[in-house]
Design a protein. Structure first.
Length: 586
C-alpha cells in the first residue's frame, strides 16, 4: 500500500483490510512512547525510499526501526524504549501485540480476530500492585482472573528477579497466604498505596534503590524568537510534568516503605507468638513422652522385683531369655530421652531470648523509633509545590503558543514575552533542583534507614528460624522416641504376660483392674529377699503394675494429642518466611 500510495509505483499485488492493523500498531506505539516506531533519517516524508525499505524488510518480531545517520544502517528493536513510561507488566503485554500487528510477513500477520481477542484478554485482566522492598519499586502484575498463585509468583519473579521459592509476601500486616488453587479474581484488592510487599527471604540485598532520572532541561538562549520559544516552552512543560510525576512516585514509595516496616513488625510479633505456642506444645509432648518412659521403667523395676521375690527357678532358660529381652527393651532409652530433654531446654532458652527481645522489649519498634520522620512527608507538600510550578510553566507555554500564532508582538508584549521566558527558566530550574537536591536525597536517606532496619530485623528472623530448626529436630526425635516407646511398651507387656502365664508361675487376682478404679502408684512392700511373697503382697504388686500401665497409656495418648495439635497448627514454620534449611546451610 505504501508503495502504491506514497511512491506512486504500479503494484501487481493486492492488499486487504488488515493493513489497518499496521496503522493501529503505529498509533499504539506513538501513544506509548511519544515517537513513531519507524523513523528513517530526515523523516518519512523526505526519505521515502528508506521508509519503503522499513515497511518491506522489517524483521519478524521487530516493533521499531530507526536510522540515525544518512545512509546509515537501520537499528531494529523488539522492545519498547527505556523512556517509555508504561509499567513493566503492561509493556510485557503490549510488546507481543505490537509485534503481531506490525508484522510484514503475510503468513505471520495477525487477523482482526486475533487482535480483538488479545485486546479483550488484556482488558479483562486483573491488576495486582506489588512493592519490591529491596529496590523500593512499585510494580503492576497483570493476571488473568483464572490464574493461580503459582502464575502470580512467576510474574513477580520476572519483574523482581526473586525466585518463587524465595518470595515472601506481606499484605495488611499478615503474610499473603492464599490457596494455590484459588483464582486471582478472589484475591484481596490492592492499590498503589496499599500493595503486597514482596521481599527475598534468603538474601537481604538493599543496594539499589530505584528512582526516575529526569530528562535534561533545554538550553535557554538569550535571543528572542517566537518560533523557537513556543517549542522550548513545550519541552520545559514536559520536563516539569515528568518532575511532578516522579515527585509523586517518590512520595508514594516512601509511604509504602514506612508501611512495610510496620507490617513486618506485626508479622514478626505474630510469628514469635506462634512459635511460643509451638514451643509450649512441644514441651507438653516431650514431658508426656518422658513420663511414659519413667512409668515403663517403674513397671520394669516392679516386674523384676516380683520375679526375684517369687522364687522363680532361675535355671529356666526360657524365663531367663525373656528377662534379658525385657532388659534390652529399656536399655539406653533413659539416656536418649535425656538428650531430647536437654535439646528441648536449649530450644526453650533460645525461644525465651527471642520472645523477650521481640514481644517484651519490642526491640523492632525501638529500632524504628523516630525513623518515621525521615524522608519526605505529606506535610512537606512536595507534590503540591511541584504542581504549582507546573501550572506556571504550562501557562507560559500556552502564552508562547498564542504569541507564535500572532507572528508579531507590540513592544510591550515583546517585553512581557522576554520576562515570561526568564520566569520560565527560573521555574524549571526551581522544580528540577527541588527534585534532585531535596526529594531524591530524602528518598535515599529513608531507603538507607529502611535497609539498615530490615537487615537487623532479619537477624532476629534468623534467630526465630534457628528456633524452628531446633523445634523440628526435637519434635522428630520425640516422635521417634514416642513410636519406639509405644512398641516397647506393647512388647514389654506381651513378654511379662507370657512369663506370668507360664506353667512355672501363676499369679492370683484379676488381670485388669476394675473399670471404675484407678489404683494409685505404690511402691512394692518392704520385705526381705528370703521371705516368699504373700497373697496380699502379690495383689498389691499387681495393682501397682496396673496403675503404672494405665499411666503409661495416658502419657502416650497425651503425647499423641500434642502431636496432632502441632500438626493442625501447621507444624514448625515461619509461614512462608525464612526457611529452616536456608539457615541450616547458610
Amino acid at each position: 500500500m505504501y508503495e502504491r500510495a506514497v511512491l506512486r509505483r504500479p503494484m501487481g499485488k493486492s492488499f486487504k483490510a488488515t493493513v489497518d492493523l499496521w496503522s493501529i500498531g503505529v498509533t499504539f506505539y506513538h501513544v506509548a512512547t511519544g515517537s513513531l516506531p519507524f523513523r528513517p533519517y530526515g523523516g518519512a516524508r523526505r526519505n521515502k525510499e528508506v521508509m519503503f525499505k522499513i515497511t518491506t524488510e522489517k524483521p519478524s518480531g521487530a516493533i521499531s526501526g530507526i536510522q540515525h545517520t544518512e545512509d546509515g544502517r537501520l537499528e531494529w528493536s523488539r522492545a519498547l524504549p527505556k523512556t517509555c513510561l508504561l509499567s513493566r507488566g503492561f509493556k510485557d503485554l503490549l510488546t507481543p501485540l505490537l509485534a503481531g500487528i506490525l508484522e510484514c510477513d503475510s503468513m505471520k500477520m495477525w487477523t482482526f480476530e486475533m487482535f480483538f481477542e488479545e485486546v479483550t484478554k488484556i482488558l479483562n485482566m486483573d491488576i495486582i500492585h506489588i512493592f519490591n522492598i529491596s529496590t523500593a519499586t512499585s510494580l503492576r502484575i497483570y493476571v488473568n482472573p483464572t490464574d493461580t498463585f503459582a502464575n502470580v509468583q512467576e510474574l513477580v519473579a520476572v519483574q523482581t528477579d526473586i525466585p518463587a521459592a524465595r518470595q515472601e509476601m506481606i499484605f495488611d500486616s499478615y503474610h499473603f497466604a492464599v490457596s494455590h488453587t484459588d483464582p486471582a479474581s478472589t484475591y484481596p484488592k490492592t492499590l498503589p498505596d496499599n500493595p503486597i510487599i514482596v521481599l527475598d527471604n534468603v538474601h537481604t540485598d538493599f543496594s539499589r534503590a530505584e528512582h526516575r532520572e529526569l530528562p535534561k532541561l533545554p538550553r535557554f538562549g538569550t535571543s528572542f524568537s517566537l518560533d523557537n520559544d513556543a517549542p522550548l516552552a513545550k519541552v520545559c512543560a514536559s520536563v516539569v510534568w515528568d518532575c511532578q510525576r516522579s515527585t509523586a512516585a517518590l512520595l508514594l514509595q516512601q509511604n509504602v516503605m514506612r508501611k512495610a516496616v510496620q507490617w513486618f513488625i506485626c508479622v514478626m510479633s505474630r510469628e514469635t507468638e506462634q512459635l511460643r505456642t509451638d514451643t509450649h506444645l512441644l514441651g507438653i509432648k516431650v514431658t508426656h513422652s518422658d513420663l511414659a518412659l519413667r512409668r515403663l521403667l517403674d513397671e520394669h523395676m516392679l516386674h523384676s522385683k516380683m520375679l526375684d521375690r517369687m522364687g522363680l527357678d532361675t535355671s529356666s532358660s526360657d524365663i531367663q531369655g525373656k528377662r534379658i529381652e525385657l532388659q534390652q527393651l529399656v536399655d539406653g532409652k533413659r539416656e536418649y530421652m535425656q538428650k531430647i530433654l536437654d535439646e528441648y531446654a536449649n530450644c526453650e532458652k533460645q525461644m525465651k531470648w527471642v520472645e523477650e527481645r521481640i514481644l517484651v522489649e519490642e526491640t523492632l519498634k525501638e529500632l524504628w523509633k523516630d525513623k518515621d520522620t525521615v524522608g519526605t512527608q505529606e506535610k512537606d507538600r512536595s507534590v503540591e509545590r511541584t504542581n504549582y510550578v507546573l501550572d506556571k510553566v504550562v501557562a507560559t507555554y500556552l502564552q508562547f503558543k498564542k504569541d507564535k500564532s500572532l507572528k508579531r508582538l507590540s513592544y510591550n508584549e515583546e517585553q512581557i514575552h522576554k520576562f515570561e521566558k526568564q520566569k520560565l527558566s527560573a521555574n524549571c530550574i526551581k522544580a528540577v533542583s527541588a527534585y534532585a537536591d531535596e526529594f531524591v536525597p530524602k528518598f535515599k536517606h529513608l531507603y538507607a534507614e529502611v535497609a539498615r532496619w530490615f537487615q537487623k530485623a532479619f537477624l532476629y528472623r534468623q534467630k526465630l528460624a534457628k528456633v524452628v530448626n531446633l523445634l523440628d529436630k526435637v519434635s522428630t526425635a520425640s516422635d521417634q522416641m514416642a513410636g519406639n516407646l509405644q512398641q516397647s511398651v506393647q512388647k514389654h507387656h506381651r513378654i511379662v504376660d507370657s512369663i506370668f502365664s507360664s506353667d512355672s508361675l501363676q499369679l492370683q487376682g484379676p488381670s485388669q483392674p476394675p473399670s471404675d478404679v484407678t489404683p494409685p502408684l505404690s511402691a512394692p512392700p518392704s520385705v526381705t529377699p528370703a521371705e516368699p511373697l504373700s497373697q496380699t503382697e502379690v495383689v498389691q504388686l499387681q495393682a501397682s503394675v496396673r496403675a503404672v500401665r494405665d499411666e503409661i497409656k495416658l502419657s502416650i495418648a497425651e503425647a499423641e494429642e500434642s502431636t496432632k495439635l502441632l500438626r493442625q497448627l501447621g507444624g514448625f514454620s515461619l509461614e512462608n518466611g525464612i526457611h529452616v534449611e536456608d539457615v541450616a546451610h547458610g
